[in-house]
Write a new protein. Structure first.
Length: 441
């Protein structure tokens, strides 16, 4: 059917045309505004989603390493010391323990080899306190010596190298975090550190290693251990490498805290504060055999760490125990600092080196923030017990006890009596002098 053409009066058509055109313009304008609003909402939602999923970090959750997305906290505010607060958080409390240097000297090696029937069995080192480590939500140990591999001889001082079976014993004892940056990290060169990294990564579902890095990416990341919904940043550094220098192409492999790395340590802690709820710093620092007070260098670093945001500082290296104190920074930040926990195990022959400390505390997260429960913080004095002798009928021993589980009778059989005679009362007095009110039973 042919389309009909309708005749229109020009004037009438012109008036109607312009009214229609004005109406169309209005419609177009309204549609445009609506489109812009809808587009804005879509962009806003997308940006929010990207922000919430932009921080992918390697996190250890309980005893398993998983890739997770750290999303922004809702209703987030700041406390006076810059700690994050979440007004909709479920209260949780995490128990933490930490022990000092696991120093595998020649005597420790020999005992492990003989008691293991030719193989190295270090299980006795942890036997007497294993229940403490298992019971804690987070247990930390300083593995002073590298698990450098069979290419290097297994030996003690001065260039330590420890069999992988020590790592097996550490894991079996219930430790969750092992720190590996120490002045002995280069004893088996870069290759030994690489072997150490490979071992701990093989067991990443059981324990988290800090202080050594496989590559640049790890060196520039913040290790985070998650427990009961609380994210703990765990940073480990060593003051030096006994005069050794890491080749430039492997500058990332061990975390250092000398004067050339001051800004790096500071930057790491600042980033940790943004990525985690609670920041733990594990410095390998100080001067050997100096107690009870820390050195000026330790105090300087501890103040900077606290001011930057560290909540808990646990020191190792001096091989003797040192004081514990709360540190108050000028900017209002506060941290708890264990300057040195001494040796957990060793074959050292000065009586003071046999006294160690197990740090104990609880960290709570609630609507007011994430913080240390003050009444929970303290230390359990420990004693490293060893009995030597190469005769076939001599039962060699290498244990560590709580000091309260020890006695003068047990000490009389200790091989320290050959080198530096000591009484049980000497250890009780030294523990009281250094730890004072911090001692827990």
């Amino acid at each position: 059917m042919k389309k009909r053409r309708i005749k229109k009066s020009y004037k009438k058509y012109h008036s109607v045309y312009h009214r229609a055109r004005r109406l169309n313009v209005k419609r177009i304008a309204i549609c445009a505004v609506a489109f812009v609003c809808i587009l804005g909402l879509i962009v806003y939602g997308a940006v929010s989603l990207i922000r919430n999923n932009s921080k992918d970090v390697q996190v250890a959750t309980g005893s398993k390493n998983v890739k997770v997305s750290v999303s922004a906290q809702e209703n987030e505010t700041k406390t006076e010391n810059n700690k994050k607060i979440n007004n909709n958080v479920k209260p949780e409390t995490v128990s933490i323990i930490a022990v000092g240097d696991n120093l595998v000297s020649d005597s420790v090696l020999y005992t492990a080899q003989r008691n293991g029937g030719g193989k190295y069995d270090f299980s006795s080192v942890f036997e007497k306190m294993k229940s403490d480590f298992k019971k804690a939500d987070i247990a930390i140990i300083n593995q002073e010596t590298m698990l450098g591999g069979k290419k290097f001889p297994y030996q003690g001082f001065p260039l330590f190298n420890t069999p992988n079976s020590m790592g097996d014993a550490v894991i079996d004892a219930g430790f969750d975090i092992v720190q590996c940056a120490s002045n002995h990290s280069m004893d088996t060169k870069v290759e030994g550190m690489q072997h150490t990294i490979k071992y701990w990564k093989k067991h990443k579902n059981e324990i988290m290693m800090v202080g050594l890095n496989e590559n640049e990416k790890e060196y520039n990341s913040i290790p985070i251990y998650e427990c009961k919904g609380i994210k703990f940043a765990v940073l480990n550094y060593a003051y030096g490498l006994n005069g050794f220098t890491v080749p430039d192409e492997y500058s990332y492999i061990v975390n250092l805290m000398d004067k050339n790395h001051w800004d790096k340590v500071k930057s790491d802690i600042e980033r940790a504060e943004k990525e985690a709820d609670f920041t733990i710093v594990l410095p390998h620092w100080g001067q050997e055999y100096v107690q009870p007070d820390p050195t000026k260098e330790q105090v300087k670093w501890a103040k900077m760490m606290t001011e930057t945001g560290a909540d808990l500082i646990i020191g190792t290296h001096p091989h003797v125990v040192e004081k514990i104190q709360w540190i108050n920074a000028d900017n209002g930040n506060k941290s708890l600092c264990y300057y040195s926990l001494g040796n957990y195990t060793s074959g050292q022959q000065k009586w003071e080196t046999l006294l160690g400390g197990m740090a104990t505390l609880k960290v709570r997260k609630d609507n007011s923030g994430t913080y240390i429960v003050k009444k929970s913080a303290g230390v359990v004095p420990t004693i490293n017990h060893y009995v030597w002798g190469k005769a076939a009928n001599v039962v060699r021993k290498q244990y560590t006890y709580r000091l309260t589980d020890y006695s003068d009778e047990m000490l009389r059989s200790h091989s320290i009596q050959w080198y530096d005679p000591v009484k049980y009362s000497d250890y009780k007095e030294l523990a009281k002098e250094v730890f004072s009110k911090w001692i827990k039973k």
